[in-house]
Design a protein around this ligand. Structure first.
Ligand code: AMP
Length: 127
């Protein structure tokens, strides 16, 4: 069951297609829980996406529905990706968008890893 108020998982979303190998991605890392690949439109010197292999729409869906192994495995993969990219010393940012106000474009849970440069303030100042 999807989390209340969220759309059901769409098997045709672009990240589902990447997981099925139907469209290419520049893979950085993968294990049984997660796949990481370069964002197609990078917004920092390093911009990598990490997605769970299971069908979850958002962080809320993933947190509510995924098993403990999948949750732990996913977050360990995020750390492994940052390590593999050599970002631990300089630092990095992990971000996830969920739903309308965030501007989430792809309805498969993913986190963005940004790094490789000073990243500035977390959000643009409120107007
Ligand atoms: P979000 O707005 O959090 O849903 O972010 C979706 C991200 O997916 C954006 O940063 C896009 O540039 C990225 N993206 C969309 N299609 C692809 C693709 N085929 N390969 C890699 N990244 C993609």
């Amino acid at each position: 069951m999807p989390v209340s108020g969220l759309p059901p998982y769409d098997e045709g979303n672009i990240f589902a297609r990447i997981l099925r190998g139907e469209i290419p991605a520049k893979t950085v890392y993968q294990d049984e829980y997660a796949l990481a690949f370069h964002d197609i439109a990078p917004q920092a010197a390093v911009h990598v996406l990490v997605i769970p292999k299971g069908p979850y729409v958002s962080v809320a869906d993933f947190s509510a529905q995924a098993g403990a192994d999948a949750v732990a495995g996913f977050w360990r993969a995020v750390a492994a990706v940052a390590h593999k990219l050599g970002l631990e010393q300089s630092g990095f940012r992990v971000l996830t968008n969920m739903g309308h106000d965030s501007g989430q474009e792809v309805p498969h849970f993913h986190v963005h890893i940004f790094g490789g440069q000073p990243l500035g303030p977390m959000l643009a100042p409120r107007r």
